[in-house]
Design a protein around this ligand. Structure first.
Ligand SMILES: [Zn+2]
Length: 413
């Protein structure tokens, strides 16, 4: 294939992707409600709803500015053969088969971190601060960034080194080895996430004995779930927004409650939220999403193995002598429509699972309590009560609040 045509295909994909995002945003903006939906009137007093409107306006504008900015930066970078320039600089240091791609991605990764930094500062300390969500101190923020960078360098560096090494030793079958390696890593990561990674950022303490713990234990017995680990995490260190999640498997499985959730909700509501999380486990959603991401990774690597040696891929990005890491970047952009479609399948699957977990919670805990919990969590986070159906279809991993409330009405009957 001609590399000039490939270059313009790459540009077209980036443009279409951003325009598509804007179209969905615009549709969503037009479906904003001026008045509180009746069902949410009790959690959204008029004053709070006005605040919600302001919040979505500010976020809408911010999203437009940041996506325009990243598009422009990327286009300018591509136009001036930025990847080839960086690769040339790296070549002055080393042309070793392993160090060259590692340094290359370290440079690209660090540059994109620096470009994104002002945006995340603004998001945290201006937007979230203004609406009273932010609890992150500058010190916590700086430490978070440093730990994130270090973790990205260690984990990203190891995985990249593994893939490059397989490519170096295994030739055309490298994708198969890489698939095995990455799948093992994904399984290891999800098993040990709460014991190895999360402690770097948050403190978790076992939920203490008392009314809440007893209520949770009774519910989990009814739900046929052996509950060993319920932890409370200091989410309030960063934000007032509340959450709960389930993580790991085998002995490492653990339910983590944000302390903010305990502050905002009544006991029976917390129990209902946890019943929903247990539902994800009992209904095997966690295993299935792991299987699907392993399959997805396999497909991606298979296609990568097919295309990465195509010289036009490197040449389209301005590098004459085809090389793996430049081919990887070109592939990444060309593949993004495919991964978008696969991602869409995953969000559809995820929304279906959310309904099932809600129904499970309705059966094993109190459906009304879950409804009021969902309403409170959503209103406290100033979530948009009336998203556009298309925006939901393409972006939402969870069904919108009103739909979940309706589905729970059916469970009650
Ligand atoms: Zn869920």
């Amino acid at each position: 294939m001609n590399h000039t045509i490939l270059f313009y295909i790459i540009i077209a994909i980036l443009l279409i992707d951003t325009l598509w995002g804007w179209l969905l945003e615009e549709l969503n903006r037009r479906s904003w409600a001026e008045k509180v939906p009746e069902r949410l009137a009790d959690v959204y007093p008029q004053e709070k709803f006005e605040k919600q409107k302001q919040y979505r306006k500010v976020n809408h504008r911010f999203g437009k500015i940041s996506s325009t900015f990243s598009l422009v930066v990327l286009l300018v970078f591509l136009w001036f053969n930025g990847f080839a320039v960086v690769d040339d600089l790296v070549m002055k240091l080393t042309d070793h088969w392993l160090w060259r791609p590692l340094f290359f991605f370290a440079a690209i990764g660090f540059a994109s971190f620096l470009i994104g930094l002002p945006f995340s500062v603004y998001q945290t300390f201006v937007i979230e601060e203004k609406f009273g969500f932010n609890k992150t101190t500058p010190k916590v923020f700086v430490l978070d960034q440093l730990k994130g960078l270090l973790l990205g360098a260690v984990i990203g560096g190891l995985l990249l080194a593994l893939v490059v090494w397989f490519y170096h030793v295994a030739g055309e079958w490298f994708w198969l080895y890489a698939w095995g390696g990455l799948s093992l890593f994904m399984i290891f990561f999800s098993k040990f996430y709460t014991t190895l990674i999360l402690p770097l950022f948050n403190k978790q303490t076992p939920l203490e004995e008392g009314e809440l713990r007893t209520a949770i234990e009774n519910m989990s017995k009814r739900a046929g779930f052996t509950l060993d680990n319920v932890y409370v995490m200091d989410g309030s260190k960063r934000s007032t927004k509340a959450n709960a999640f389930f993580s790991g498997f085998g002995k490492n499985k653990r339910i983590v409650l944000f302390d903010t959730l305990i502050n905002d909700l009544e006991t029976n509501e917390i129990v209902a939220v946890l019943a929903h999380e247990i539902g994800h486990f009992r209904l095997k959603h966690i295993i299935w999403s792991t299987v699907l991401s392993v399959l997805q990774t396999g497909l991606t690597l298979f296609l990568l193995g097919w295309f990465v040696n195509e010289p036009a891929l490197s040449q389209a990005l301005g590098v004459e002598e085809p090389v793996f890491h430049i081919g990887l970047i070109g592939f990444g952009i060309l593949y993004s429509p495919v991964s978008g479609i696969l991602g869409l399948g995953m969000t559809i699957f995820s929304r279906k699972n959310e309904y099932q977990a809600d129904a499970f919670a309705g059966e094993h805990a109190n459906p009304e309590a879950l409804q009021s919990a969902l309403k409170k969590i959503s209103a406290n986070a100033l979530s948009n009560p009336t998203p556009h159906p298309w925006f939901v279809f393409f972006n939402y991993s969870h069904p919108p609040l009103l739909k979940r409330l309706e589905a729970l009405d059916d469970v009650k009957r």
